[in-house]
Ligand binder design. Structure first.
Ligand code: BDR
Ligand code: CA
Length: 321
């Protein structure tokens, strides 16, 4: 089994990833750390605890992390994830309290105590991960790898070119990419392709299992929104007719850890734009042969990392289902 610490900003699709990580037999979910992103960090902690509780993993330690990006002010994604970050879904409360440790301290202790190298899966802005890398570089070098959802080799969502997690804290992402730790970028251009159809996700909502029902409800929120976008309506109705396919979102990055064949990876130089209207854009230089690097004058060397470039869509869907 792969030992995983997940860093999240739960978040509708973070919730899908958490249920998957809690339930997949190939994953050993050691700890979860929370960062401001889709919603404020205290709401992220609440949502994360309650999602884990629904998944039957309510005792997994959950720690509060950064409430602001390194330099930017926090800017929520309530327009997408709703005021509570979960599209208005209300969950039974997890009776467990958050960890008394701060996120970077829980990362540190968990990695030091783990019998084997840990994979750090980052599904929100990279603030906590960057702070951890700076605070505990020697412990960070014990990581198996960092897999992050963020950036894009194509279209953006927060802006025309920048993906939300990268845009929210581009300095933090820069620190991660320059860390020298084996790093995988699961970017927005691939993330949007990992979809489930209503025929695949609606049965979850009928299951006699809190975690499965939560997955079904989260995906139905997305399906109604997709239908409304197509029709120009509100997307708030409860009916299930004509729902749209929905991306697994962050859960796709979790699937890639459980089943590496779900995603094709290639090694490319990646830099993060920090200035002007392209701030937060990731520039993935796909011209080079795998393994090559390049230099850009004063900007210094551009790190080569692994970038998701394609999906085995049926395998991805089957892995999650
Ligand atoms: C990313 O931002 C959030 O809205 C999602 O949870 C995902 O991590 C997509 O840009
Ligand atoms: Ca997220």
């Amino acid at each position: 089994r792969t030992a995983v610490i997940a860093d999240v900003d739960t978040g509708l699709d973070d919730a899908l990833a958490l249920v998957f990580l809690a339930r997949d037999p190939r994953i050993d979910l050691l700890a979860v750390t929370c960062v401001a992103g889709n919603t404020g960090v205290d709401q992220v902690v609440r949502n994360t605890l309650d999602v884990l509780h629904a998944a039957g993993a309510g005792s997994v330690p959950v720690a509060r992390g950064a409430e602001q990006p390194l330099i930017n002010e926090w800017r929520d994604a309530h327009a997408f994830h709703g005021a509570n970050g979960l599209g208005g879904l209300e969950l039974p409360r997890n009776p467990h309290a958050p960890s008394p440790l701060a996120a970077v301290e829980l990362m540190h202790r968990t990695i030091e105590d783990a019998p084997a190298p840990v994979t750090l899966l980052a599904l929100g802005p990279l603030t906590n991960v960057a702070l951890f890398l700076r605070a505990y570089p020697q412990t960070a070098r014990k990581l198996e790898r960092i897999v992050f959802m963020g950036g894009s080799a194509g279209i953006g969502n927060a802006t025309s070119h920048a993906e939300f997690n990268a845009w929210h804290d581009p300095e933090a992402l820069t620190i991660v990419i320059h860390s020298g730790i084996p790093t995988v970028m699961y970017g927005l251009d691939v993330f949007v392709q990992a979809t489930l159809t209503p025929e695949q996700y609606l049965p979850f909502a009928e299951m006699n299992d809190d975690g499965a029902r939560l997955v079904g409800e989260v995906l139905a929120v997305g399906g109604r929104r997709g239908r409304a976008d197509a029709e120009g309506g509100s997307g708030t109705g409860p009916d299930t007719a004509g729902l749209a396919p929905v991306t697994l979102g962050d859960a796709g990055a979790a699937c890639l850890i459980a089943v590496p064949e779900t995603v094709q990876l290639a090694r490319y130089p990646v830099r993060v734009e920090l200035n002007g209207h392209s701030r937060g854009q990731t520039l993935v230089d796909r011209r080079l042969q795998p393994g090559e690097s390049e230099h850009h004058g004063d900007a210094g060397p551009v790190p080569v990392i692994e970038v998701a470039v394609g999906l085995d869509h049926p395998l991805m869907a089957a892995t999650f289902l």
